[in-house]
Design a protein around this ligand. Structure first.
Ligand code: GLY
Length: 371
């Protein structure tokens, strides 16, 4: 019997699915998948790091329970979310003779989840897929909600599709071997949920930080609360016509910084979000919307987690303010030239502002570069 500590249901009608959270779900995956998807074959998509650390567990579990599978292993890192590797996955699924009724397993972090999910959405005009996220970031954010895609040289996540998974299996034990830097980067997305509209959750995170990082029961609870929050938002606004955009808090600045640092190890996605969330709060303060002490409190909490919080924390030299502004303008949160930002009136009071003047953002970035 699988040991499931939390279940979150994403009630999307005929596209509804469960997020199962538990201590050893990779070892239970074979039995769960055989029961839920009898007679179907699986195409595992993973990366070299996850293949080393976790794949033997998944393979043993599938072999024990019977489903047949094949595996496609890609290089680890954000640059894998590319046209080139999309082709590798699609051709690999076809070469393995997986049929439309078979199932792609996205086994890894956010990069693998986004790429494999997008490949599933277009291969044979749409295959089902299951997310088995192995990073904190993927467990609390990217594996839930059906955003799939790749990066373009023009910017992050500019090519993709909404394609909901059929099931998400979040194995807490996978986080025990995650490098501390990766865990902290995922934690930025955890904090984000508190900052959007749940100040009690942010306070709870402040109180439970040590236990979450040490791997106590608060870790599973934090993940379940994030998934429940995300499920609520996705049910209300699956295709990001409205409120789902709030989940992009910190991402407009963050994506521009990621692009500027070449999607490299200089700045992980969650690290960009960490800096971006502090910038979003400070910018809101400069616009007279939010109290200044909130950005200080948020930055202190993120710094305690080992996260960068200022532009100066990014190693190496950043591009010019004009380059950053060009990246912000290319971000998909732009509508007819006006900049859309997630701004805030304070912790837990984020809102969507569709009419932000580019000159104000540019002046703010100039100020932050000198800070
Ligand atoms: N990561 C933001 C969203 O899924 O909408």
């Amino acid at each position: 019997m699988a040991d499931i500590s939390h279940t979150v249901h994403v009630a999307l009608g005929e596209r509804a699915y469960d997020i199962l959270i538990g201590p050893n779900l990779i070892d239970d995956a074979g039995a769960i998948l055989a029961e839920k998807f009898p007679g179907r074959r699986f195409g595992i998509v993973t990366d070299t790091e996850v293949a080393k650390a976790q794949l033997p567990r998944l393979v043993a579990s599938l072999e024990f329970s019977g489903p047949t599978y094949s595996t496609i292993t890609l290089p680890a890192g954000e640059s894998t979310k590319s046209w080139e590797h999309l082709q590798t996955v699609v051709e690999g699924l076809l070469a393995a003779k997986l049929e439309r009724n078979d199932i792609v397993i996205a086994f890894g972090g956010g990069v693998i989840g986004d790429l494999a999910g997008f490949a599933a959405s277009i291969t044979r005009r749409g295959m089902d897929f299951v997310q088995i996220p192995t990073t904190l970031l993927a467990q609390v954010d990217s594996s839930v909600g059906g955003k799939t895609g790749i990066n373009s040289p023009h910017g992050k996540n500019l090519v993709g599709a909404f394609h909901q998974p059929k099931l998400v299996l979040a194995d807490l034990s996978a986080l025990d071997t995650l490098p501390q830097r990766q865990f902290a980067a995922g934690y930025a997305e955890v904090v984000k949920y508190g900052l959007i509209d749940d100040p009690d959750f942010f306070e709870w995170l402040e109180a439970n930080h040590a236990e979450i990082f040490a791997g106590g029961p608060a870790r599973g609870e934090a993940i379940a609360r994030c998934c429940a929050h995300k499920a609520r938002v996705v049910i209300e606004d699956e295709k990001e016509i409205g409120v789902r955009a709030l989940l992009n808090l910190g991402h407009t600045f963050g994506h521009a910084l990621e692009k500027d640092t070449g999607y490299s190890d200089r700045l992980l996605h969650g690290e960009g979000v960490s800096i971006g969330m502090v910038l979003a709060h400070t910018f809101s303060n400069r616009l007279g919307l939010a109290p200044g002490q909130d950005s200080g409190r948020i930055a202190a909490h993120l710094r305690k987690s080992g996260l960068p919080t200022t532009l100066a924390d990014i190693p190496g030299t950043l591009g010019s303010t004009e380059t950053l502004m060009a990246a912000i303008a290319q971000d998909k949160k732009v509508s007819r030239g006006a900049l859309t930002f997630i701004l805030t009136r304070g912790i837990g009071q984020a809102f969507i502002e569709k009419n932000v003047e580019p000159a104000k953002v540019s002046a703010f970035l100039e100020e932050m570069r000198g800070a």
